[in-house]
Structure formats: structure tokens, C-alpha cells
Write a protein that binds this ligand. Structure first.
Ligand code: FAD
Length: 392
């Protein structure tokens, strides 16, 4: 029997099967052993620990919910549990993993032809090949549905892609980068498997981020980047197909927010029990307990929400608005949790040493990526009112 942690107040982990809890603990132990000791230093130096990719292979957790192609085919719930466990220790590593396993493998799984799946998914599942996902551009973020400036044009032999992509996680070293571009003929969005060796592809590491400093984000420039029809995602015919990928991965980002909050809460609780002022542990003071309880109630509400979210995903009931509501709620509540954690640590809350400062900064990235709070709110708002507040 595996022990529940302090931060699973309603014992949701007990809803998992024995095998599922063993996998959860395997990931937790791995993260504690391999990532916790190096996270602050790598974050500080903005260095990605490439050796972690080799070590991650032993976990066998890439492409968890997918069927076939060597993937584990476990419930979406386990994908969420894994995202939570990774983010509980470090959100950057969870982003590296989420971009590869969720956005990149997910695009191929949902939008690729059988040949494309056969070519990429088994190698990506083993982390022998790494993926990235390029949708956002320097001038186009929230408005990606209708406004992509990156274009593709079929020249009779190849697709020719021109444009730039910004913020693209893993793209500095990924083997395959999913590039979304607007077809100048049909005006529809198409997806491409761009290989890193393609001469028209250039990725430059973005510097000076104040969040997720471990994960590498790139500015990509595509200059007459020629891609054969066989590397066009055969089942991506409009932005609706891109949105299907994002619906799936937004659920994962909600879980990631829960992991970030959980990590900060656990650090704060431990700290307040040890730190003494006025001759007593600060955890014994009412105002500090109030912060801890606010954190725990936020965390528990988020945990129950994402459990249900994944259940709906497993029952094929998940809509865009379900995923967006969870992403909005969890990213807002996580901001509140990490700021209270930072507060009860006093001055030490702004030092990397206790992990909390890193969670505070990283929560800001969760808040903005995979659709900002406003954009996900508008998706829910459209669903509940019937009025679209998006302006195109
Ligand atoms: P903008 O779209 O310029 O928005 C600025 C502000 O205006 C926001 O507050 C927004 O909510 C608000 N706004 C915009 N439109 C409206 C409206 N209609 N109504 C109300 N408010 C509005 N992208 C990828 O493709 N691949 C990646 O791997 C990737 N990784 C990322 C990693 C990090 C760390 C970050 C920060 C971003 C990443 N992104 C990635 C990009 C991310 O998805 C975008 O940052 C996000 O979609 C927001 O776009 P933007 O930053 O251009 O902001």
C-alpha cells in the first residue's frame, strides 16, 4: 500500500488502481531523485538537462493515452496524473514532456496518416526522436485560428513554407517540428512534419525568460522550406483539426497547473512547520494556517475538477469548453496558491533554494500558454451564452 501525501486531502489517489498508483509513484520517485536536485540550478542557468531524456526512457510514459504504435494505451486520467507528478517537481520538465508527448505526438496521432504514425510514433514513444509544435507566431498568438501569417503553397512538387514561429518549446533540438501554416490557395490551415535538417528551417533559442527557464523555446524562421506531400499531416485540413489537438492538451495543462500548485503547497507546508519565530513554528499561527488552508482548498478543488475532466475525456465526452474551463480555473487558482506559498516563506520565498520562487515564476507561463485566461474564458462564454465574443 502506497502512502497518500499531505497534498491529496480528499484521497483522490486512492481512486487509482494498484498498477496506476505504482506508475504514479514511479514517476514521483524518478522526479524526486533525478530532477529535484538539479532543478533550481538549471533554472538559474537556463540550461536544459539533455541527459534527462535518456533517463526518462526508463519510465515508458510518452504517448500514454494513445493506442498502438508502442504506446501504453492507458486512460487519459493517467496522462493527467503523470503531468501532475512531473510539474509537482518542475514545470519546465513537464512542459518539455507535454510538448513532446501531447502536442507533437498528439498532432501525429490525431492528424497523421497511417504511414506517418508508423514512421514517427514508435520512435517518439521511446524518446529516440523528439517533437515540437509550432503554431504561435511573432504577430499572431491568441488569434491563430484565423490569422496565421506563415504560408504554405504547393509548387507542383513540394509544399513551400515561409514565415516565423515564436515560443516553440523543444524546437532548438527536436527532430520533427509540427508546423501549422495557412494555405494561400484554400486559406485553410494545414499541418506539416518539418524535419530539423531541412535547409529552409532555422531555430534560435529565445533568451531572458523569467519563467520556465529550463525548457528551451525557439524563434523559428522558415525560408522557402520545402516539404513533400508525404510530410503534410494528411488529416489536418483546417484549424478545427488543430483545435482537436489543443482540446486534448489543454486538459493536460490544467493537470500541470495542479502539479505546480501541489509542489508549492507541499514546500510551504513543510517550511512553516520547521521555521520558528517568536519561539514557535510559524505553522502554529492562525494567519499562517489561513494561508495554508486557502492553498489546500484551492488545490483540492482543482484536483477534483481535473479528475472529473479526465473521466469525461476517457468517456469521450470532453468538449472544448470543458477543457477551457479547467485550464482557466486551474491556472488562476495556481497563481493564488503559489503567491500564498511565496508569502509564508517570507524573504526566503524569493530565493530559489526552497523551490517556491521557481513555482511562482513558472505559474505565469501556465497562465498564458495553450490559450490565455481570456481566450479560454471566451471559449466557455461562447458555449454557455451562444454568443461568440471573438472578433475576427
Ligand atoms: P496575445 O495573443 O498577443 O495576447 C495578449 C493579451 O491580449 C492576452 O492577455 C490575451 O488574453 C489578450 N487578448 C487577445 N485577444 C483577445 C480577445 N479577443 N479578447 C480579450 N483579450 C484578448 N506556442 C506554440 O505554438 N508552441 C509552443 O510550444 C509554445 N510554447 C510556449 C511556451 C511559453 C513559455 C509561452 C509563454 C508561450 C508558448 N507558446 C507556444 C505560445 C502561447 O500559446 C501564446 O503565448 C498564447 O497563445 C498567447 O499568445 P500571445 O502571447 O501572442 O498573446
Amino acid at each position: 500500500e502506497l502512502p497518500p501525501t499531505d497534498a491529496d486531502f480528499y484521497n483522490l489517489d486512492l481512486k487509482l488502481t494498484k498498477e496506476q498508483r505504482e506508475l504514479q509513484m514511479k514517476v514521483r520517485n524518478f522526479m524526486e531523485k533525478e530532477v529535484r536536485p538539479i532543478a533550481n540550478d538549471h533554472w538559474n542557468r537556463a540550461k536544459f538537462p539533455f541527459e534527462i531524456i535518456e533517463k526518462f526512457k526508463e519510465l515508458d510514459i510518452a504517448g500514454v493515452p494513445y493506442e498502438g504504435y508502442g504506446c501504453p494505451n492507458l486512460p487519459f486520467l493517467m496522462e493527467g496524473i503523470i503531468a501532475q507528478e512531473i510539474a509537482r517537481v518542475d514545470v519546465s520538465i513537464s512542459t518539455f514532456f507535454g510538448v513532446h508527448s501531447g502536442l507533437a505526438m498528439g498532432s501525429i496521432y490525431l492528424c497523421g496518416s497511417e504511414e506517418q504514425k508508423q514512421e514517427w510514433l514508435p520512435k517518439m514513444q521511446k524518446l529516440d526522436k523528439i517533437g515540437a509544435f509550432g503554431l504561435t507566431e511573432p504577430n499572431v498568438g491568441s488569434g491563430a485560428a484565423g490569422g496565421l501569417e506563415t504560408t504554405c503553397k504547393f509548387d507542383g512538387e513540394n509544399w513551400v513554407i515561409n514565415g516565423q514561429k515564436k515560443w516553440i518549446g523543444n524546437a532548438t533540438f527536436a527532430d520533427v517540428i509540427i508546423i501549422w501554416a495557412r494555405d494561400v490557395e484554400s486559406n485553410q490551415v494545414k499541418g506539416f512534419l518539418v524535419r530539423k535538417e531541412n535547409p529552409g528551417f532555422k531555430a534560435e533559442k529565445m533568451e531572458d525568460k523569467m519563467a520556465l527557464r529550463i525548457v528551451q523555446n525557439a524563434l523559428i524562421t522558415l525560408t522557402d522550406c520545402k516539404v513533400p506531400e508525404s510530410d503534410r499531416l494528411q488529416n489536418a485540413n483546417s484549424f478545427k483539426d488543430t483545435a482537436n489537438v489543443l482540446r486534448m492538451t489543454r486538459a493536460g495543462v490544467a493537470w500541470q497547473a495542479v502539479g505546480c500548485a501541489r509542489g508549492a503547497y507541499e514546500s510551504a507546508l513543510a517550511y512553516t512547520k520547521k521555521r520558528e519565530q517568536f519561539g514557535r513554528p510559524i505553522a502554529s499561527y492562525q494567519l499562517v494556517q489561513n494561508h495554508l488552508v486557502e492553498m489546500l482548498s484551492n488545490l483540492t478543488a482543482m484536483q477534483t475538477l481535473v479528475f472529473r475532466l479526465s473521466e469525461m475525456q476517457d468517456q469521450d465526452m470532453l468538449t472544448d469548453e470543458h477543457a477551457s474551463l479547467a485550464k482557466v480555473y486551474c491556472s488562476m487558482r495556481t497563481r493564488d496558491v503559489v503567491s500564498r506559498a511565496r508569502e509564508v516563506l517570507g524573504g526566503n520565498g524569493i530565493l530559489l533554494e526552497h523551490d517556491v520562487a521557481r513555482f511562482v515564476a513558472d505559474a505565469e507561463a501556465i497562465y498564458s500558454y495553450e490559450g490565455t485566461k481570456e481566450i479560454n474564458s471566451l471559449i466557455v462564454g461562447r458555449a454557455i451564452t451562444g454568443f461568440s465574443a471573438f472578433v475576427s
